[in-house]
Design a protein around this ligand. Structure first.
Ligand code: 5GP
Ligand code: MG
Length: 206
């Protein structure tokens, strides 16, 4: 997979927030586009194509890890022509800032996965601990198979041996927001993936 480029053409321009900006909460000096809408949609189509052919003739249960996977989930499932169940699971080791805490899994909303082919979908694979915890939990519920898919894999950050089965984009070690990813529960609605500079992080959000 070709590494993503930061594209100046799509990037919110440096300088002050533009009048009439589509996303008024965004101080445009704080974000730089890493993956544009066009690049994201092409990557999701490639991802859907691989999943579609790997699961051809089977039915699939996709489990989206809340909340970061909501946007990629919506785009991905609409490209899959398979008998499909969709569910969500809450697992977080990330409390809205930059550091990870202990993993907690709240499975109340999860559909029955026993004897099913399950694909866990998350927004980003960073240390890998969230996905590994999810897989351990899922395996204990007796699925037929479990695989994992992520929109982004942050290179050089992994603390576990495991790697996801499907990765749409590999990105450098930068803190990113948008397309489902947040900083302090904001910025998820951006239709592109953007970086926040460490020096700007304290200025963002409430
Ligand atoms: P891991 O357990 O792999 O270290 O972390 C996975 C979780 O951390 C993701 O699901 C996401 O919630 C959060 N995370 C890791 N890196 C980033 C990032 O660059 N931006 C945002 N918004 N969240 C991140
Ligand atoms: Mg997450």
């Amino acid at each position: 997979m070709r590494p993503p480029r930061a594209k100046a053409a799509d990037a919110p321009r440096s300088g002050k927030a533009r009048a009439g900006c589509h996303f008024p909460a965004v101080e445009t000096r704080l974000v730089k586009t890493l993956l544009s809408e066009t690049e994201l949609q092409a990557g999701i189509s490639r991802l859907a194509g691989r999943i579609q052919s790997d699961y051809a003739g089977r039915s699939l249960t996709i489990l989206g890890v809340m909340t970061g996977s909501v946007v990629v989930m919506a785009d991905l499932i609409r490209r899959l022509e398979l008998p499909l169940r969709v569910g969500v699971v809450q697992a977080s080791s990330y409390k809205g800032g930059l550091t990870s805490g202990p993993l907690s899994i709240a499975a109340e909303l999860m559909p029955d996965v026993a004897d099913r082919d399950v694909l866990i979908l998350d927004d980003i694979f960073d240390t890998g601990r969230t996905m590994l915890g999810m897989l351990d939990h899922l395996q204990s519920l007796g699925p037929r198979s479990v695989r994992s898919a992520v929109l982004l894999l942050k290179e050089g950050r992994q603390e576990v041996e495991y790697r996801p089965d499907y990765v749409a984009f590999r990105i450098p070690d930068l803190f990113v927001v948008g397309y489902g990813l947040d900083y302090r529960d904001q910025w998820r609605q951006l239709p592109y993936v953007a970086t926040l500079e460490p020096s700007d992080l304290a200025d963002v959000g409430p």
